[in-house]
Design a protein around this ligand. Sequence first.
Ligand code: PLP
Length: 369
Amino acid sequence: VKISDLRTPAFLIDLKKFQRNCRRMIEKARKLKVRLRPHVKTHKTIEGGRLQLGRELDGITVSTLAEARHFSEAGFEDILYAFPLTPDKLPEALHLTRRCREFHVLIDHTEAADHVERFARRHEETISCYLKVDSGYRRAGVDPRSESAVQLAGRLADSRWVRLAGILTHAGQAYSSHTAAEAAAAAEQERRVMAEFGERLRDCGIEVVVSVGSTPTACQVESLSGVDEMRPGNYVFFDKFQVDIGNCKTEDCAATVLTRVAGVYPDRSEIIVDAGALALSKDPGATHVQEAPPVFGSVAGRPEMRVAGLSQEHGLIRCEKNTRVDRIRIGDLLEILPNHSCLTAALFPAYAVRQEDRIVDRWIPVRGW
Ligand SMILES: Cc1ncc(COP(=O)(O)O)c(C=O)c1O
């Protein structure tokens, strides 16, 4: 099958770039002397997970129990479910605990610890957890400078029914950076906060794995002393957001949305394509570095075009004034580089995997929760 035979909109993965991004991160982790526990939420496919790990089927990070189930059924034996656990998910967490060699849940509150402990005691099974730490993102996690954080860690470590396997953070604040140097500073903050908290716990006799991870920090970090593992995910695809904050080049981006021109409006220098919000997502991207008004994607090889608006199925592409829009034909193919590849990928039931202009594979992601 050739790319031009595909029904649009279609999610395209450039296999060589995906493989290269995976190899580079494996190499980076080796250089930093940390374990790579890649996040698979970006693509949610077994094929992608295997490439992220390289030769060995080692530990992975997931964002939903649906991913955990899917990867465990495919033979992945060490799974970290890195979203704060809610009580409704305990039965499945227990099932995965029994099924996998290692399965870890995430906790950042004493009430969540109560739920896990009560459930584990009732079922006479030890449930392994990571303690979520806020290293500056202010989304989830305990404050590592607080006394209550050490108390919660101590309680989890002492519990007969819970095992405290690690402490974990995600430096999402790195996405607010403007340059690679700013992301490197965020990475150093993430490392220092976690290494210090790990040290405080060690002083209390609590030994844990120290886990950090985001794509900007993993790409820009130079040292991870005091850290044991990192969990980037987006790097497999990258996207316009990562290009805009200076974290990668456009040529590194491995995921695009193939779309066809459905309407041509030369009088206003605009065209309509068949990739709307349900094919691209409506993530505004790196608005802090983007030109205003927001752009929802760029068009590969067409710097004079940008995705200026989205409704459910319509993508509005605005062209620079001197563009010969009258030469654009209905049915012409364009490739859009999305703002946020994780959200874009999640909208597609299947991915078309390309090498040059040929489709060589089809990957089916797992969906739902
Ligand atoms: C807990 C956790 N770990 C790791 C990641 C991976 O970060 P990135 O998407 O920047 O690669 C995320 C992303 O949201 C996350 O929430």
